[in-house]
Design a binder for this molecule. Structure first.
Ligand code: COA
Length: 387
């Protein structure tokens, strides 16, 4: 009796199963609509900044002028990293993936910024404020520092006079970006900042539900984001475009992949059954960027994939997702492919923190159940009697 009831509500991957209530963002996958705190993503991309969007996500409302100024100043103040963290990073192998470096250094941050008495659900507002500032501000520094140190270069210290987006590009390259490059990075970060209960956000709240410290929660989220079915797909898209190499090869490539029942990177989404609105925004950004920086053959290949897949996969609701065009934008900005997912994390940390904060008020550990399908009533056999 119990068994049948359990099987009835079993949904692999928890598809369609609500596991929490949240007031942070909402998606209508049937029409491709995404809102942060009730404001649609297109308005935020056009009018907001990453800093303001982070505030909106974490605190639940658009900041007044003085609140925004203070939030930005505090983010600048928390950008620097301790030299001991840099020393730890020096020991990472040069071949380490930047996501592994980021996951590790975020966990390390927790040791340098311990919370009073551990976290037992009674963090002060000030503790929460510092955690959020520290993580949003420091992730770009950690990513840029690792990107330089793996090539034997010194990290470039952050600059207080630059925005979050411009400072990241500056720490990465040593050059101040043009206003268009800065704006494009800023919008890319806005559109990646939050997306309801995806795998990495779920990892955040599952870890938070144990009352683990927030650095551990964000480190867990980064690990989850690193997988190719989640954030890692943006790297796969670029590898795929490079492998195809020429727009004339797109048709045969798609034909072969689909005949072998293989997936096309950057297409498909658990929630969106139409084109992801973030893919549309990123595609527009790319086109804007080409006005300053010229065309790129990978874009032609990508748009041909989109066009050809429309009749076959599009009919099944498999359309470009956020990762399909993000990598092309980042490459145009001169960013190496293996930094695409860390950049996703730099932006998404705002959403993760908003969910972490929301989870603090819930205080119920996640403990789903399983349907046991293994053996029962077996007898232990001593090692010398095993056939
Ligand atoms: N290319 C080709 N076929 C795809 C596909 C893709 N990118 N994504 C899904 N499909 C097909 C599946 O093969 C399956 O076909 P079937 O019904 O004939 O077996 C069907 O669509 C459903 O796919 P499924 O994997 O069950 O959907 P899901 O909701 O569990 O998975 C993703 C969603 C994102 C994991 C999946 O679309 C995917 O792997 N995409 C590529 C990786 C990617 O871009 N990830 C980033 C997501 S933001």
């Amino acid at each position: 009796m119990t068994k049948n009831k359990d099987i009835a509500c079993y949904s692999p991957g928890l598809a369609g199963i609500p596991v929490t209530e949240s007031a942070i963002s909402s998606v209508d996958g049937s029409v491709g609509h995404l809102e942060y705190r009730g404001i649609d993503i297109e308005q935020l991309a056009e009018q907001s900044s990453f800093e303001e969007t982070s505030f909106l996500l974490i605190y639940g409302y658009l900041p007044k002028e003085d609140e925004l100024a203070s939030f930005k100043a505090n983010l600048c103040h928390h950008r620097r990293m301790k030299f001991r963290i840099r020393d730890i990073m020096k020991c990472f192998p040069e071949s380490a993936h930047p996501m592994d470096s980021l996951q590790t250094t975020v966990a390390v941050l927790g040791m340098f910024y311990p919370l009073p008495q551990g976290i037992n659900g009674e963090l002060s507002e000030e503790d929460v404020r510092i955690v959020c500032l520290n993580l949003v501000a420091k992730l770009p520094t950690l990513v840029a520092a690792h990107a330089r140190m793996r090539h034997g270069d010194d990290p470039i210290p952050p600059r207080d006079d630059l925005s979050h987006a411009a400072n990241f590009l500056y720490m990465l390259t040593g050059n101040e970006p043009t206003p268009l490059m800065e704006r494009i990075m800023d919008v890319a970060m806005i559109v990646h900042a939050e997306h309801t209960l995806n795998a990495s956000t779920f990892s955040t709240i599952v870890t938070a539900s144990t009352l683990a410290d927030p650095y551990t929660c964000i480190s867990a989220a980064i690990g989850s984001l690193s997988g190719p079915l989640h954030g890692g797909a943006n790297e796969d898209v670029l590898h795929m475009l490079d492998e195809i190499g020429d727009v004339s090869r797109v048709e045969s490539y798609l034909h072969e992949k689909l005949a072998n029942k293989e997936k096309i990177a950057g297409l498909g989404h658990r929630v969106y059954k139409t084109k992801d609105p973030r893919a549309t925004l990123l595609q527009e950004l790319y086109v804007e960027l080409t006005k300053e920086m010229g065309e790129d053959p990978t874009y032609e290949i990508a748009s041909r994939i989109e066009e050809l897949s429309r009749s076959t996969l599009g009919a099944k609701g498999i359309c470009p997702n956020v990762d399909f065009y993000s990598g092309i934008v980042y490459r145009k900005l001169g960013i190496p492919t293996d930094l695409f997912t860390p950049i996703f994390a730099i932006a998404r940390v705002s959403g993760w923190l908003a969910h972490w904060k929301e989870q603090l008020g819930v205080s119920r550990i996640f403990r789903p159940m399983q349907i046991y399908v293994g053996k029962k009533g077996e007898h232990y056999i001593p090692v010398d009697k095993r056939g």
